[in-house]
Design a protein around this ligand. Structure first.
Ligand SMILES: Nc1ncnc2c1ncn2[C@@H]1O[C@H](COP(=O)(O)OP(=O)(O)OP(=O)(O)O)[C@@H](O)[C@H]1O
Length: 246
């Protein structure tokens, strides 16, 4: 099965339903944008799909393998976790060199030194930070840190790449590097990419498909051109026009 699918997903915080998805699927090898107002559940959705958080209910089927998310243990989820690359909104840089930060996932996978060296060099070159290998990661600028965070997941060549507001707070130069990298990775590896973005132009530039999340529900999901040119619901129409929606 060439799909990533969610069914009967529900996330509840302090008695409040913050995410409720009956069914949605993502075609393998596509870039999908997730947009919606602040607090609509976008980051929660990515955290749950990255297995960092367990929902109250929900099944996820990843290319034919089905998992019951609430009961998934760390040990049972490990194989799946290893094909997922998640870059969080505010990535943590460990107090080590850029090289060691990027090598982390490969060391967990017990790869040999030569492979680690080659993969890290390649990933840093891709994000245009090959000269920063020896720099202490906490001294990086915000834009550089975001690119290192991306290199840190690209280095293990994930099948699924989840990006949460990857270019918020970056200048146009860093945004364009970041977008080029995403497109190059997608072209080369046909990675399935989900990207949360408040930058509607970016969602339009990068994605094949978009979904609109409002109050924890997927209200609209379609190809990117239709999403922006023919929004069906008043919620999405208002959102795209910059009107406050409730
Ligand atoms: N750990 C938590 N405990 C309680 N409530 C939470 C927790 N995490 C998120 N929430 C709530 O869940 C809702 C969805 O949050 P989420 O961060 O997923 O929204 P978002 O769409 O990503 O927002 P933004 O665009 O502002 O980043 C919000 O109302 C938020 O306050």
């Amino acid at each position: 099965m060439n799909q990533l699918e969610l069914r009967d997903l529900q996330v509840v915080y302090s008695g409040k339903n913050v995410l409720q998805v009956e069914q949605t699927s993502f075609e393998r090898g596509k870039i999908v944008g997730i947009v919606g107002p602040s607090g609509s559940g976008k980051s929660t959705l990515l955290r749950v799909m990255s297995l960092l958080e367990r929902p109250a209910t929900g099944m996820m089927n990843v290319f034919g393998t089905s998992v019951h998310l609430p009961s998934l243990t760390h040990a049972n989820g490990l194989a799946l976790q290893r094909i997922i690359g998640f870059v969080q909104q505010k990535p943590t840089m460990f107090d080590a060199t850029v090289f060691d930060n990027v090598a982390l996932g490969l060391r967990y996978r017990k790869m040999d030194r030569a492979t680690i060296q080659a993969r890290v060099t390649e990933a840093l070159k891709l994000v245009e930070l090959e000269d920063a290998e020896a720099q202490r990661a906490p001294t990086l600028s915000g834009g550089e840190a975001q690119r290192v965070a991306l290199a840190r997941v690209l280095v293990y060549q994930p099948d699924l790449l989840f990006l949460d507001e990857p270019t918020a707070n970056l200048d146009p130069y860093n945004v364009s590097i970041y977008e080029r990298v995403i497109q190059a990775v997608h072209r080369q590896h046909q990675t399935t990419i989900l990207i949360v973005s408040h930058n509607l132009q970016q969602a339009r530039r990068l994605t094949d498909r978009c979904l609109f999340l409002h109050k924890g529900r997927i209200v609209e999901a379609c190809d990117t051109a239709s999403f922006f040119e023919q929004p069906q619901t008043s919620g999405l129409q208002d959102f795209l026009c910059g009107r406050m929606i409730y």
